[in-house]
Ligand binder design. Structure first.
Ligand code: UGA
Length: 431
């Protein structure tokens, strides 16, 4: 069993640390936020992730998982150091590696000569070399090695995905280093792909860009269905049965969002531009996604009668998808912001989202349930597919609204026939 330091206690760092402890390793997970570290040390997980609190608590209970402030202390005895710090989007679209760089500078001088630094965060092509250079320039011993080992977990499923990975990708020019990283995961049953660092880094971006492409394609098909009076749900059902297409990631909506797809597609485009390749398809995927958010806003505006100034609108869902409390780059929040800016009086319900003002969105009244959001509204926009919204008393929702009783279901969560029977002016996406 190995001694591992995980740098960053965020959406990737916490599940990574908890899973490695679960696999039998001794793990210390580091963050700069002392309050976060205090909470985690008591088993209080500060993000909404089903199953993660139990995984963290079991690591704490058996004494194989600790949370501390200060990367240098944690990295001193570590055989492996996992970098799980944010790599946000910078102004030109590229991934910003400044958090990576400062973490590496801090821990370089204390690393043991045989330590392996593992790039777990999503980092662009060249990052394995970049980290190696920063280490060398910051006093790390000459024997320290760097490997890429990208994470593929989905938010909301972090505990499940880290424990049952679809694949383990390791990028290293040194086979022994790759084998040692692979061995950390034991007999997970997942296929292990060992390749060079640049290919490993690209696998992560290619995967996210492909999934984003699927979503932009599906959203385009949904819009086409609206134009020709077809039903996208049936079209997708008919497509998905082809095993080469499949049913996964085939749901139309208000456009993809979150902390990964928008940032990673932009970064991959930046990489392509840097390499002199015009990635026209990816450019179009991103543009299509921007248009989908805009289109959803226009749909709500038109449903409410065309003019939003002073018009009460109910919003259901603010997070970027269901089962997470994450508001980063949320299409739902983006559309809500546009509604407010157009003068609508917005009442919003979300079962998990925190304060939207922290994301620059002012003027939204938060209410405790969906009925409160619908109260007095001319139109309701369902923007995030929270399962509980399926089970609302729609007669009550309808009764509390005013004409035209418009309901825009931007996630196709509800049954159109049932909604129309209740008297709503119901619109889904592409049906
Ligand atoms: C995504 C990938 O799915 C993970 O494999 C990857 O590890 C992660 O990014 C990352 O790079 O860290 P995540 O951002 O948690 O995971 O969310 P997804 O479930 O993929 O959804 C992304 C966005 O696409 C959401 O806004 C979601 O609502 C939207 N989406 C997803 C659709 O509109 N339709 C779909 O069919 C699927």
């Amino acid at each position: 069993m190995s001694i591992i330091a995980v740098i960053g206690a965020g959406y990737v760092g916490i599940p990574t640390a908890a899973n490695l402890a679960h696999l039998g390793h001794h793990v210390v997970c580091v963050d700069v936020d002392a309050e976060r570290v205090r909470r985690l040390s008591e088993g209080d997980v500060p993000i909404l992730e089903a199953g993660l609190p139990a995984l963290v608590r079991s690591g704490l209970d058996v004494g194989r998982l600790r949370f501390v402030v200060g990367a240098a202390d944690a990295a001193r005895d570590a055989e492996f150091v996992f970098l799980c710090v944010p790599t946000p989007q910078s102004a030109n679209g590229a991934a910003d590696l400044s958090f990576v760089e400062s973490a590496v500078r801090e821990l370089a001088p204390v690393l043991g000569d045989a330590a392996i630094v593992v790039n777990k965060s999503t980092m662009p092509v060249g990052s394995t070399d970049f980290v190696a250079k920063v280490l060398a320039g910051s006093g790390a011993p000459a024997g320290v090695r760097v490997a890429s080992n990208p994470e593929f977990l989905r938010q909301g499923h972090a505990a499940e995905d880290t424990q049952h990975p679809s694949r383990i990708v390791i990028g290293s020019d040194d086979r022994e280093v790759a084998d040692r990283v692979a061995a950390l995961y034991g007999a997970s049953g997942a296929p292990v792909i060992v390749t060079d660092p640049a290919s490993a880094e690209l696998i992560k971006y290619a995967s996210n860009a492909f999934l984003a492409t699927k979503i932009s394609f599906v959203n385009s098909m949904a819009n086409l269905c609206e134009a020709v009076n077809a039903d996208v749900s049936d079209v997708l059902l008919g497509m998905g049965h082809d095993p080469r297409i499949g049913f996964e990631n085939l749901f139309p909506g208000p456009g993809y969002g979150g902390s990964c797809f928008p940032k990673d597609t932009a970064a991959l485009l930046h990489t392509a531009d840097g390499g002199g390749y015009d990635f026209a398809l990816l450019r179009s995927v991103i543009h299509t996604n921007d248009l989908q958010r805009e289109r959803t806003f226009h749909k709500v505006r038109a449903a409410a009668g065309g003019e939003l100034r002073g018009v009460p609108i109910g919003v259901l869902g603010l997070t970027f998808k269901a089962d997470t409390d994450d508001l980063r780059d949320s299409p739902a929040l983006d559309i809500t912001k546009r509604l407010v800016e157009a003068g609508a009086v917005v009442r919003a319900y979300d079962p998990a989202a925190g304060d939207v003002r922290a994301f620059g969105v002012e003027g939204v009244e938060r209410v405790d349930d969906a009925y409160g959001a619908a109260h007095g509204a001319a139109a309701v926009a369902l923007l995030t597919e929270w399962g509980e919204l399926r089970d609302l008393d729609f007669a009550r929702v309808h009764a509390s609204m005013v004409a035209p009783h418009a309901f825009v279901d931007a996630r196709n969560l509800l049954d159109p026939t049932v909604m129309r029977t209740h008297g709503f002016q119901y619109q889904g996406v592409g049906r």
